[in-house]
Design a protein around this ligand. Sequence first.
Ligand SMILES: NC(=O)c1ccc[n+]([C@@H]2O[C@H](COP(=O)([O-])OP(=O)(O)OC[C@H]3O[C@@H](n4cnc5c(N)ncnc54)[C@H](OP(=O)(O)O)[C@@H]3O)[C@@H](O)[C@H]2O)c1
Length: 265
Amino acid sequence: MEWAVLLLLPLALCALLYLLGRWLLGLDGDLTLLWAEWGGQRPENELPDKVVWVTGASSGIGEELAYQLAKIGALVVLSARRENELERVKQKCLEISNLSSKDILVLPLDLTDRSFHETATKIVLQHFGRIDILVNNGGRSQRSLFVDTKVDVYAAIMELNYLGTVSLTKHVLNHMVQREKGKIVTVSSVMGIMGAPLATGYCASKHALQGFFNSLRPELGEYPEIIITTICPGPVQSKIIHNVFTEDLSKPTDADVSYSQKKKA
Ligand SMILES: NC(=O)c1ccc[n+]([C@@H]2O[C@H](COP(=O)([O-])OP(=O)(O)OC[C@H]3O[C@@H](n4cnc5c(N)ncnc54)[C@H](OP(=O)(O)O)[C@@H]3O)[C@@H](O)[C@H]2O)c1
């Protein structure tokens, strides 16, 4: 009997370790995220009736986020440059949710046009009376070698991904400081933490965002209910590859062309 136990115990232990290994390898996230998923607040409890402003909502991650928010009853502000795409996203939000038209505000906005960001913030406040969450998601990546890339491209990437985000954050944060609460969520990237070839400017802009928000967070110590979060996704299938900056700014993307044609009309 004792021999049987001595034989079976290591086998049972091995089986347990094998199952634990399989479980760990299949995890989609780090342990902090899994802990939050298991014991944290649930979006469907926390987000109904919250006013969530999403930039880059005309495509990709921002578009999908808009659908998920609408489904659980958040009030959504959709921003990006292409108004027709935002209207398409709004229509789909209405089809898949119980929201009505006034619960979704389409607010076209160019992140590089910083002079409009204060007015844009006022438009949201006039419409909804508050901003609970700003999701800084709009941005573009890059695909070009440093040796081939004009310095203007680096300026444009920083203007969009970094300064555009900082500018909008500034105006929305003023409102959140007055209310003493709110959340600013910024979609950075895994490239905000590490480097990658063909993306020197993109990585630099995302590193800049990481540095900015990691420094802003402790500045807001007096406001414990203002939460600053940066998210660092790995590769996500979206239009990002079609919209990349290349070595020369004179090569516009499809989104650039459609936006400037609309602007001229
Ligand atoms: N996909 C990935 O693998 C991945 C990984 C990590 C992080 N991210 C980050 O996730 C965010 C969203 O990217 P995505 O993958 O969803 O790409 P996407 O499908 O190309 O979406 C980019 C969004 O940004 C908007 N945008 C671009 N230029 C803008 C401007 N000047 N002003 C305002 N909005 C502008 C675009 O709308 P308009 O063209 O209509 O303006 C679009 O809605 C980006 O910040 C990106 O860096 C993506």
